[in-house]
Ligand binder design. Structure first.
Ligand SMILES: Cc1cc2nc3c(=O)[nH]c(=O)nc-3n(C[C@H](O)[C@H](O)[C@H](O)COP(=O)(O)O)c2cc1C
Ligand SMILES: Nc1ncnc2c1ncn2[C@@H]1O[C@H](COP(=O)(O)OP(=O)(O)O)[C@@H](O)[C@H]1O
Length: 315
C-alpha cells in the first residue's frame, strides 16, 4: 500500500479508481470502495482510492461554514483498512479546481494512473464548475475505453446515506443512530490539556480534549462514550458544553471521566467515541450537586455498558 501526495512523477498502469472526498468514509462510500475492489480483483487491476488532503469545499465553497467528520490522518487510517494498492491524497488547490473534467480524465486518470475502470457515486461531478457529471463522464470514458460504473446512493430507513446527513445526526446528538450510517461510532481524536483541576477535588478527574477546530461536535450534553487510551478502550462519561456550574464564558469544551482509569494523561493523544446521548448539560446550585449527578451518570453508563455489544464498531 502506498500513499501518494504528489502526482508529478506518478506513472501507474492498469488501475481501477474511485474518486471522492470520502469525508467520514461512511457506508455509502464503503459501497463504492468495495465495488472498486471487486472489479479490480475480477479484472486484475490495481486498486486506487483517489481523494484529497482537505475537503474540496474549502476551495469550492469557502464561505460555507462546514464541519468535517474526520481529519486527514483518520481518513487515511480508515481508507487503509479497505486494502487499496494506492491512496492518492492530493492538495486540492485553486489550480486543481480550474482543471476541466476532460483534462482530468485525459491527463490524470489516463496518463498518470492508467485507469481502466472508474467508480463514482450518482451525484458525482468532476472538474471546473462541476461540469463533468455522470452523463458527460460516460461520454468521455467511452471515447477512452474506460469502464464507468455509477453507483446509486445507498439508503437506510428512507434516508440517503451522506456525509451531510451524518453531520446533521451529530449536530442533533443522535450518536447512537450514526453507527448504521457511518459503519462505526463517531469519534474525535484529541490531545489531553489542563483544565481548572477541579475535577479531582470532587472525585471525578476529567480529561479535557484539545481537538481540530473544524471537526463536527455532537450537540452540547452528556454522553456515554468510550475513550481509547494507550491502546485500550475505557467506558467513560463525556460532557460537551460550557460547564455553566463552574464557568461563565461560552467556550465549549469536551471533557471525559474514564471509569476505572487511574493515571496521568496530560499531553497524551486519545480518541473519544460517542455511543449514547444521556442528558442535557445543566447549571447546578453548587459543585456538590454536580457531583451527585456525576455519580448517577456513571451508573447510567455502567448499565448501558452491560448491554453494549458493539465494541467492534468503536473505531
Ligand atoms: C460526564 C460529565 C458531565 C458533566 N455535566 C455537567 C453539567 O451538567 N453542568 C456543568 O456545569 N458541568 C458539567 N460537567 C463539567 C464539570 O463542571 C467539570 O468537569 C468540573 O467542574 C471539573 O472541571 P475541570 O476539568 O476544569 O477541573 C460535566 C463533566 C463531566 C465529565
Ligand atoms: N479516571 C480518570 N478519568 C480522567 N482523567 C483521569 C482519571 N484518572 C486520572 N486522570 C488524570 O487526572 C487529570 C484530570 O484531573 P482534573 O482535576 O479533572 O484536572 P483538569 O482540570 O486538568 O482536567 C487528567 O488529565 C488525567 O491525567
Amino acid at each position: 500500500m502506498e500513499i501518494i501526495n504528489d502526482i508529478t512523477d506518478i506513472e501507474l498502469s492498469n488501475t481501477a479508481v474511485t474518486i471522492g472526498n470520502f469525508d467520514g468514509v461512511h457506508v455509502g462510500h464503503q459501497k463504492l470502495i468495495e465495488y472498486m475492489n471487486d472489479i479490480a480483483f475480477k479484472k486484475n487491476l490495481h486498486k486506487v482510492i483517489f481523494t484529497f488532503k482537505h475537503h474540496t469545499s474549502r476551495i469550492l465553497d469557502p464561505d460555507k461554514d462546514y464541519c468535517f467528520l474526520m481529519n486527514y490522518d483518520e481518513k487515511i487510517d480508515v481508507l487503509k483498512s479497505f486494502n487499496p494498492d494506492y491512496i492518492m491524497a492530493l492538495d486540492f488547490t485553486e489550480d486543481f479546481s480550474r482543471m476541466s473534467y476532460v483534462d482530468f480524465i485525459e491527463n490524470i486518470l489516463l496518463k498518470k494512473l492508467g485507469c481502466k475502470v472508474l467508480v463514482v457515486g450518482e451525484d458525482f461531478k468532476l472538474g471546473y464548475n462541476g461540469l463533468g457529471n455522470t452523463a458527460r463522464l460516460a461520454e468521455i470514458c467511452n471515447i477512452h475505453d474506460i469502464i464507468l460504473k455509477v453507483i446509486p446512493h445507498s439508503k437506510l430507513y428512507g434516508n440517503t446515506i451522506s456525509s451531510t446527513y451524518i453531520r446533521k445526526l451529530i449536530a442533533e446528538g443522535k450518536v447512537d443512530v450514526i453507527l448504521d450510517y457511518l459503519g462505526r461510532y463517531y469519534g474525535i481524536n484529541g490531545t489531553v490539556v489542563h483544565g481548572k483541576q477541579l475535577g479531582r477535588t470532587i472525585g471525578f478527574p476529567t480529561i479535557n480534549l484539545s481537538y481540530e477546530g473544524n471537526l463536527c461536535l455532537p450537540k452540547n450534553g452528556v454522553y456515554v462514550t468510550y475513550t481509547l487510551v494507550f491502546g485500550k478502550w475505557y467506558l467513560s462519561i463525556t460532557n460537551i458544553g460550557i460547564k455553566p456550574t463552574v464557568k461563565n464564558d461560552n467556550k465549549v469544551s469536551i471533557e471525559s471521566h474514564l471509569i476505572g482509569f487511574d493515571g496521568e494523561l496530560y499531553g497524551e493523544t486519545v480518541r473519544t467515541a460517542f455511543v449514547k446521548h444521556m442528558r442535557d448539560e445543566k447549571r447546578f446550585g453548587d459543585i456538590r450537586e454536580l457531583r451527585q449527578q456525576l455519580i448517577r451518570d456513571v451508573e447510567y453508563a455502567l448499565n448501558y455498558n452491560k448491554l453494549f455489544y458493539n465494541c467492534h464498531a468503536l473505531w
